[in-house]
Design a protein around this ligand. Structure first.
Ligand code: 13P
Ligand code: 13P
Ligand code: MG
Ligand code: MG
Length: 370
């Protein structure tokens, strides 16, 4: 059976600042999806990471289906009403447009979507992150799909060993989707040249070179490009199919043990380690650190299994301690150097305004003054 997975996430309000959504807000979103989704979608699941709520839907209506996207939009609108009623912070934060216009992409919510013929056994992972940006998945995806140090399948499995095709988007280009396709292993160095720049080049999808099947769909939304100003970080969502001609689930999870440094954290303007957490974890330390959670599903005839919480394991407690230490180390130096993002990526105008004022007070000393 040909099935489509549509994952849409938005921040529509949270308790006590940007920490986590309320139960009534989640219940309203769940109720709306269950009620309005009847006859439209086959199955759904709801999760949240930090203050971002993700709706996963399975259906047979294909990619970019307006009715499926509208279902998620309506659920977030219904949730926003509850958030306003409860006085939650940032109620409706990610719903940047007043009305739905055919596709949730470009209106604020982040979308990851893939359509495929279900395999006999169909495992996949739903990643959702908070206090970071879509490029945060660049390094873990590269390591899981292109580096034999993380993916032994590249040498052990002939199918995986055929390599992968990466589609990368230049998210700085706002006039349209500027993309490039690069194949590993041959073009690995070209790919890395782009992927080092998480703020600009973002992996949009990955396909198997063995059978052309889609393995990864990741969101590339930049809220700033839509709103024209900072309204929150682009906390990203991603779907990854695993096993057989794709990396094993454990190979996709493994690179997250690095807790690599990403952009986001406090006020979306700092650098911090990406901490793998249990689903439904909030944030705390400097509105962070940046967090990522992962639910592992199996699907058959469009029906989703109960998910396994992939980072709910003693191994990841150790990683969380390491990430906490890295978070403390970099936050110890406050605004200095790499702890705060450079001008281009700063999410607030305060520094630019201040700099504009100070520029006028600078003067170049005359040589005879010296
Ligand atoms: P497969 O049976 O899909 O090859 O899985 C084996 C495996 O994932 C061991 O890590
Ligand atoms: P969110 O993008 O998760 O709402 O966080 C905004 C922020 O400024 C945190 O300090
Ligand atoms: Mg928020
Ligand atoms: Mg968020």
């Amino acid at each position: 059976m040909k099935v489509t997975l549509t994952a849409i996430k938005a921040d529509v309000g949270s308790i006590g600042g940007h920490l986590k959504p309320s139960l009534p807000l989640l219940q309203e979103i769940e109720r709306t999806v269950a009620e309005k989704g009847e006859g439209l979608i086959i199955d759904h699941a709801l999760t949240y990471t930090g203050d971002d709520i993700a709706i996963l839907m399975s259906h047979e209506r294909g990619l970019d289906d307006p009715s499926v996207h509208k279902l998620a939009w309506d659920a977030f609108i219904a949730g926003t009403k509850v958030a306003k009623h409860q006085g939650l912070y940032g109620a409706g934060q990610d719903l940047l447009k007043d009305a739905f216009s055919g596709n949730a992409k470009g209106l604020g919510p982040a979308v990851a979507e893939m359509e495929f013929e279900e395999r006999e056994n169909e495992p996949f992972l739903l990643f959702t992150a908070d206090k970071t940006e879509p490029g945060a998945y660049n390094l873990p995806l590269y390591l899981a799909f292109a580096d034999p140090m993380y993916n032994a399948g590249l040498i052990l499995s002939p199918a995986v060993g055929k390599g992968f095709k990466f589609t990368v988007m230049d998210v700085d280009h706002i006039e349209g989707d500027r993309v490039i396709e690069l194949c590993t292993p041959e073009e690995a160095y070209d790919l890395v040249t782009l992927l080092r720049d998480n703020g600009r080049f973002v992996i949009e999808s990955i396909h198997s070179r063995h059978n052309g099947e889609i393995a990864v769909s990741s969101c590339t939304t930049r809220l700033r490009n839509i709103a024209g100003k900072y309204v929150g970080k682009d906390d990203p969502i991603m779907l990854v199919r695993t096993q057989k001609s794709f990396p094993a689930t454990g190979e996709v999870l493994a690179p997250f043990q690095i807790a690599h440094l990403v952009s986001g954290f406090m006020r979306g303007s700092h650098t911090g380690p990406l901490m793998p957490v249990r689903a439904r974890t909030g944030v705390s330390f400097f509105d962070g650190p940046p967090i990522v959670s992962c639910l592992a599903f199996s699907i058959h005839d469009g029906i989703l299994s109960k998910p396994v919480d992939a980072f709910d394991h003693p191994f990841w407690d150790w990683v969380r301690e390491k990430a906490s230490r890295k978070a403390r180390d970099i936050r110890e130096q406050g605004f200095s150097g790499p702890a705060m993002l450079g001008y281009h990526d700063l999410e607030y105008v305060g520094i630019t305004e201040r700099m504009n004022r100070l520029e006028k007070r600078f003067r170049v000393r005359d040589m005879d003054e010296v």
